[in-house]
Design a protein around this ligand. Sequence first.
Ligand code: UDP
Ligand code: MG
Length: 309
Amino acid sequence: MGLLSVIVPCYNEEENIPLFYREMIGNQEFFRERDIELELFFIDDGSTDNTVREVKRLREQDGRVHLISFSRNFGKEAAMFAGLEHSEGDYVVVMDVDMQDPPSLLPEMFSHMGEGYDSVATRRVNRKGEPPVRSFFARLFYRLMKRISKTEIVDGARDYRLMSRQMVDAILSMKEYNRFTKGIFGWVGFRTKWLEYENVERAKGETKWNFWKLFLYSLDGIVAFSTVPLMLASIMGVFFCIVAFLMILFIIVRKLIFGDPVSGWPSLVCIILMTSGVQFFCTGILGQYLAKTYMEVKRRPIYLVKETF
Ligand code: UDP
Ligand code: MG
């Protein structure tokens, strides 16, 4: 007998919850045959609609349904973490409620766990239905991460992932406040099988991520899993010192040969603007890391629970 915990972050998803539940329960025959029990954790991430009421309604019919309701919106990362902390399953799967992580794929994922994998992850092979600008920047982000981070972060990887208890415990041992799960999954290692599928569009409602939020999230990812930008500041510093040194030599030699005609105001302005720009940029990089460190040392809780059942 085994237990499979299903973790579902929900933020204003009243319409999707019944749809999701129906699809999910469609798999129960498969799991029953393999002697696996299910438990469903809906994490209400401070929804302002009837998400909680929908989950409660399910709970009345089905004792395997659990709710963890946050005191406010803490973000999907926090919701996933709360789910992992509360889950007790030998296997744990994290998935979205909007059907973009198809529940019908779960049996296939589970089958691969028997082949000696610790985790079965999914990635989208295309980004159909997504604005082209967003896809472009997403690709750029993954390409950049590949270069500046030692942690493997796979392009198109979803958070839809089935894991063994051992891997979940490893993830839970990472208590960092600034959570970037795509990186954490890669960082803990373990043997992972990748399944690919075509992008599915959201069943009901709207995505919670606009371009700006995604941009900030990508910065979180960079700061959390690479220190290369900090090095960039030093490299630029060295580069500008060398340029400055050459310029000084040039000016001294020119003075000795041609005397000192007062000119070169435009070039001076350009140099000042350029170097101060670079300085601000580098200070900004430091600021980013400092800000993350500041949030980290405060040790605030990752989420606060208002209600559970
Ligand atoms: N979500 C959440 N908290 C948030 C934003 C989103 O728990 O602050 C949940 C949301 O309910 C959904 C999943 O995270 O189940 C993915 O969100 P969404 O579909 O908006 O993201 P996308 O699929 O567009 O990347
Ligand atoms: Mg979605």
